[in-house]
Design a binder for this molecule. Structure first.
Ligand SMILES: NC(=O)c1ccc[n+]([C@@H]2O[C@H](COP(=O)([O-])OP(=O)(O)OC[C@H]3O[C@@H](n4cnc5c(N)ncnc54)[C@H](O)[C@@H]3O)[C@@H](O)[C@H]2O)c1
Length: 247
């Protein structure tokens, strides 16, 4: 028996980077995984990788800025598998620029995906997780949810906002046996960060002397979904090689 046999997971932003690694890890641990992404090709590729490794996954089109997309994704999961145990709200975008340069709509766009998109995912998933007898939600925050960063004001606001949302929602969901936690990755190699060419900058500042790999984050998400984290809710956990433990 794998630890997540008979469990079902939803992973938003599962078509790339960290979300792909999470989808693969949960599937390797036995879960059936719905890979939800705005980019169908990316989600299909993730499904193919999961299936190649002997796991079970489906691709579900979903733009987390649209509540109906999120509820339709959960309805698809219900039709396919009749239950939902884990929802990983991972979809995210980054937006650069100081307050002086960032326009209202740019700021809003980042919040719409990175903060409200998590709210919509949670809202859509809650009824089916409740009906399934409980489970776990994991929200993808960031070290930028723990400390400020110049030229990332909207991203920092969204990722910090997730911590408050997580704590409040954990309170609401706890009586249903549903745990809610945040993961806060440091600089992690993915299609989001590769074009930035900042690996050496972050390696120098990280006690463990390397940047993160997507699998580092996926392992911690799997832990937070697992029974090993059965008494953990309303918390955040940095996966950053010690970056935010020093100044
Ligand atoms: N890579 C890092 O260094 C890092 C660090 C901290 C936090 N994060 C967070 O981890 C998450 C994943 O990042 P990544 O590095 O894998 O980036 P990525 O760009 O490789 O993956 C993001 C995925 O989200 C999807 N997505 C974007 N907008 C969407 C929407 N509206 N609806 C549905 N899907 C959407 C994209 O299509 C993509 O598949 C993000 O929330 C990001 O903010 C990343």
């Amino acid at each position: 028996m794998a630890r997540f046999d008979d469990r079902v997971a939803l992973v938003t932003g599962g078509g790339s980077g960290i979300g792909r690694a999470i989808s693969r890890r949960l599937a390797t641990d036995g879960a059936k995984v719905a890979v939800a992404d705005i980019t169908g090709d990316g989600a299909d590729e993730t499904v193919a990788l999961v299936e190649e490794a002997g796991g079970t996954a489906i691709s579900v089109p979903c733009d987390v800025t649209v509540l109906d997309d999120c509820t339709n994704a959960v309805a698809t999961i219900d039709r396919e598998w009749g239950r939902l145990d884990f929802a990983v709200a991972n979809a995210g975008i980054v937006g650069f620029g100081g307050v002086d340069d960032v326009e209202d709509e740019d700021f809003n766009e980042v919040l719409d995906v990175d903060l409200y998109g998590v709210f919509r995912t949670a809202k859509a998933a809650l009824p089916l997780i409740k009906r399934s007898g409980g489970g776990a939600l994991v929200f993808m925050s960031s070290v930028e949810g723990l400390v400020g960063s110049s030229f990332l004001p909207a991203y920092c606001a969204a990722k910090t906002g997730l911590l408050g949302f997580c704590r409040s929602f954990a309170h609401e969901a706890g009586p249903y046996g549903i745990r809610v936690n945040c993961v806060n990755p440091g600089f992690t190699k993915s299609p989001m960060t590769e074009p930035l060419g900042m690996d050496d900058y972050w390696i120098e500042r990280t006690p463990l002397g390397r940047i993160g790999q997507t699998e580092d984050v996926a392992g911690v998400v799997a832990f937070l979904c697992s029974d090993d984290a059965d008494f953990v809710t309303g918390q955040w956990l940095a996966v950053d090689g010690g970056l935010t433990s020093i100044r």
